[in-house]
Design a protein around this ligand. Structure first.
Ligand SMILES: [Zn+2]
Length: 80
């Protein structure tokens, strides 16, 4: 009997933020608030998440600015 297991990465977009000037490309582009979640899979079925990274991403160039959990929660609270 074989057990097939592995990991999978999901990118969840939580909100679109106001356009700001990106440090990387210099354009006024909207920023995406996102979470990147690593999930353990069993027979290609995601079971549980074991790691999360949070950040904002420039929609123009894709540059990621990592956020700490507290910063992320503060931004989400301000949007709602
Ligand atoms: Zn950019």
């Amino acid at each position: 009997m074989f057990i097939i297991y592995g990991t999978r990465t999901d990118l969840k977009t939580d909100a679109e933020l106001q356009p700001i000037q990106c440090e990387n490309c210099g354009h006024f582009a909207p920023q995406m608030l996102f979470r990147k979640i690593w999930r353990f899979t069993l027979f290609h079925i995601p079971t549980f998440g074991f790691c999360q990274k949070r950040g904002t991403m420039c929609k123009n160039c894709g540059k990621i600015h990592p956020l700490k959990k507290r910063q992320y929660k503060e931004i989400r609270r301000n949007i709602a």
